[in-house]
Design a protein. Sequence first.
Lengths: 444, 90
Amino acid sequence: MLHSANLSLDQAPPLSIPLRFFLTAPLFGLGAAFLLIIYGPEALFSRWETATLALTHLLTLGFLALVMCGAILQMLPVIAGSPVPRVHLVGTLVHLLLTLGTTLLVAGFLTDASFWLEAAALLLTAGFGIFILAVTIALWRVKATSATINGMRMAILSLVVTAGLGVMLIAGRARWIQLDTLLFADIHLTWGLLGWVALLVVGIAYQVVPMFQVTPEYPAWIKRWLTRTLLFFLILWSALKIVVTQYQLPAFVVPASLGIIICGYILFASVTLLLQHRRRRRVFDVTLLFWRTGLGSILVCALLWISGYFAPALKELPQFDLLLGIGLIAGAGLSLLNGMLYKIVPFLTWFHLQNRQLTLMCMTVKIPNMKELLPDRTSKLQFSVHLVFLTMIILSIFFPAWFTHAAGVMFGLSCLLLWLNLARISWRYRAVNRTLLSSSKKDT
Amino acid sequence: MEQTLDVSMLEPCEPLNRTLAAIMELSEGDYLRVIHRREPHLLYPLLEKQGFSRLTVPGHSNAAFEIYIWRQQDTVAQAAVQSATHSARF
């Protein structure tokens, strides 16, 4: 819920802060596309290949994390009435450190040079450290909490675990510490995808699905219990996984606790699809297509994981882990965040312009609405390309020589179109803002 | 006199756009009753900037909130809002 008592438009960061995160994310996507084109099947050979690690982190850190950090910095003052302290400085530093850190990490994976990896670990620790500290202060100051705020708190806690384990894994690779790489890499990626990314998506969905898609509200019991149950079982799963591995105990308790987490996400995806089916205003909306693709991917990945549990032969196939990873990162993560960007960016732009117009009392200039800022045909075209990319990347797992390069080309095109669509909105913002300022000067 | 605007089935930014357009049409003594499914917190500071007052009360059926809006100096409209919200409550 928004809280008017605490709300001040002046507390919200300038539009340039979230926009720099949102506009950089597709560029890392383009980097991932180039990597797929250049390395081809090698990039999808196994999850331990250096090219695969580089590709994964271009998507998770470069795309997903940048969008999520930008969205949190922007949304906290609006949905919680609690601005991030020194948001301009924090936003600038975090963006710079994460962008440089991710670039060096990818370079480190590709060249297998520990110097780049260590430098990346430093920059990413500083970037996420500043972000986590600033956001934790803002979340601490929230007076009236909500399901979205709780989701954010748990996502931030998951980010602490994910980033901490990431640094540990780099330290292990550099032989600074002794580490069971397989065990901690599993925990790192599970906290990253099922904690940091997914818990934030769930928390934000409670706010944006009913608001932007005119659906009924999520049931109160889901808003109350889902994220905390998921976090509890993530902690339990990690503890059990470490204990079972160290002391060679019966292993069935580990997948059982992960199974409960999977069931939680099946519940979230099913309820969201049901709410969207019951939406009150049935007009065409591209973001709904992105949401359905993302939620469908969650359900398919969940079914795949359950099938793998009951049919161990399936789980042993080399394609199993890759299919799950691509389904969760590209199918769910990229689709859901792409859909969210197409609502958040036009809305923020329109709102900032509206606010500027009323501040200047310059009513002769027409403020473009969300559909004018982002026409359906451009976002629809990008969705079609994104869907072709998803089909090709899944096919490339089974027929790598035939489809990997083509998947890279389609992903590059999709990221380029996304960047152009977002950049056009920011260019339009600048143009209207200039007109407002010059008209107000003329009036005075 | 009451002017009514139902934005409960519209997605952002239409409710805010239409409300800001509708308040500019208010004559002296008139107030606007906006029927909304969510509390429009982002609207409030914009109303203040435009010189309008508002009162938000719980709505009926599918409208969770009703927002009454009138010009700050318009005492006739303010009295009409008080009377309307009082009779709605009791």
